[in-house]
Design a protein around this ligand. Structure first.
Ligand code: LLP
Length: 379
């Protein structure tokens, strides 16, 4: 994150806290890193990571397509003008509405189970998601390519599903694999792609290999890209990828104000954001970098605690900080992916505002909700 500290203070003043801020330059840089590593692979942004329309417009403008997993996400893609080859419709339990919307926009479907062959709209373009049944180096909740996860068809089923698609009059474009998210060890990808390659004899050549996303922020993109292209080569296929986190995580920071502090067994720095704004620490034990935007000589370790009435509502533990004073700002980094996207209205909390920094000035890209927004759908 390269937004100047003075600009962060300005944003907090202007838009209030808790506030998600994004650095457009970092978003562009992340996309450039992906393109440098993956060359001509087609990039589909997994918008679940951050579906803000302004970010989608920017990515769409840069030629990126979208992976969508709900009617809402399909509607967002349509709202920014994505259509046809720019759209993937994915998900383990698609609704009639999702098939219909995908068909209307000529999207490509990712088939997740055998029965879906008969549920697809007529003459669909489809990829078959394969579960390579491997151990994956990430939190259990984030491992989708492990045996026993609910995703994809088995390696044994995959060639038959491709055939069944053709028999049913669909276009069977190829195979899809996504083994999980925030994957630390690039060898996991090597292993998964390897399992897919073994299917070549049965499937014959294919038009597309979709290697999914899941790249940890420190992952060796060039290594993953090399393996993905090698596997695409085995099938004579073009390569598609679906990064979510990698494109947006580092661009985003959650700004939160110190409400106060307390010493009770541990040192608690109480802030105005918590599990409702950033669920990842509580849900996955995720560790986000925390930076104090105030000065002070002596540092002690503080737990960063939110306002929710749940003891798990901690954003971080044992963070060395100068003594926290009410009104000071904390910046919680690597929060652009699955931060705002997973924020909730629990406790009738208004979801935070979001602002984009273009290097010179701020634009508000989502206003803070009001309590009336939160209950607007209630009778
Ligand atoms: N493709 C498919 C089929 C996916 O299911 C996902 C993410 C992606 C691509 C993008 O994965 P990424 O590159 O962002 O790792 N809420 C969790 C992450 C859940 C990811 C779900 N699927 C978190 O906060 O870490």
């Amino acid at each position: 994150m390269t937004i100047p500290t003075a600009a962060l203070h300005t944003a907090a003043e202007r838009f209030g806290t808790p506030l998600y801020v994004y650095d457009a330059a970092e978003l562009d840089a992340a996309l450039a890193r992906v393109r440098a590593a993956f060359g001509p692979a087609r990039v589909y942004y997994a918008m679940k990571a951050n579906p803000n329309l302004s970010l989608l417009r920017r990515l769409h403008g840069a030629g990126v397509g979208f992976e969508c997993v709900s009617s809402g996400e399909i509607a967002r893609a349509e709202a920014v003008g994505a259509i046809g080859p720019q759209l993937l419709v994915n998900g383990p339990a698609k609704s009639d509405a999702e098939y219909a919307a995908g068909a209307r926009l000529s999207a490509t479907f990712i088939v997740d189970r055998v029965e879906e062959v008969n549920l697809l709209p007529p003459q669909s373009r489809a990829l078959v998601r394969v579960n390579p049944a491997l151990a994956v180096s990430t939190h259990d909740h984030l491992a989708t390519g492990a045996a026993g996860s609910k995703f994809g068809v088995t390696l044994q089923q995959a060639p038959n599903v491709l055939d069944a698609l053709r028999v049913a009059g669909h276009t069977a474009l190829g195979l899809h694999v996504h083994i999980g998210s925030a994957i630390r060890d690039a060898h996991d990808f090597t292993a998964a792609f390897g399992r897919l390659s073994e299917l070549r004899q049965q499937t014959g050549p294919l038009a597309v290999l979709d290697a999914g996303g899941g790249w940890g922020l420190d992952a060796d993109l060039y290594g993953i890209a090399r393996e993905a292209w090698a596997t695409a080569g085995v099938f004579g296929a073009e390569l598609w990828v679906e990064p979510g986190r990698y494109l947006v995580a580092r661009a985003g920071t959650l700004l939160t104000r110190v409400v106060g502090s307390k010493r009770a067994g541990r040192n608690f720095c109480l802030v105005d954001a918590g599990m409702t704004e950033l669920m990842r620490p509580m849900l996955y034990g995720a560790v986000h970098p925390v930076q104090a935007l105030w000065d002070g000589q002596e540092r002690e370790n503080w737990d960063i605690a939110g306002p929710a009435c749940e003891s798990g509502d901690l954003l971080a533990r044992d963070i060395p900080l100068p003594h926290p004073k009410r009104g000071e700002l904390l910046a919680i980094g690597e929060a652009g992916a699955y931060g705002a996207a997973m924020s909730s209205n629990y406790l009738t909390r208004s979801r935070p505002a979001e602002a984009l920094w273009n290097g010179e000035k701020w634009s508000l890209i989502r206003r803070r909700e009001t309590p009336q927004d939160v209950w607007a759908a209630e009778v």
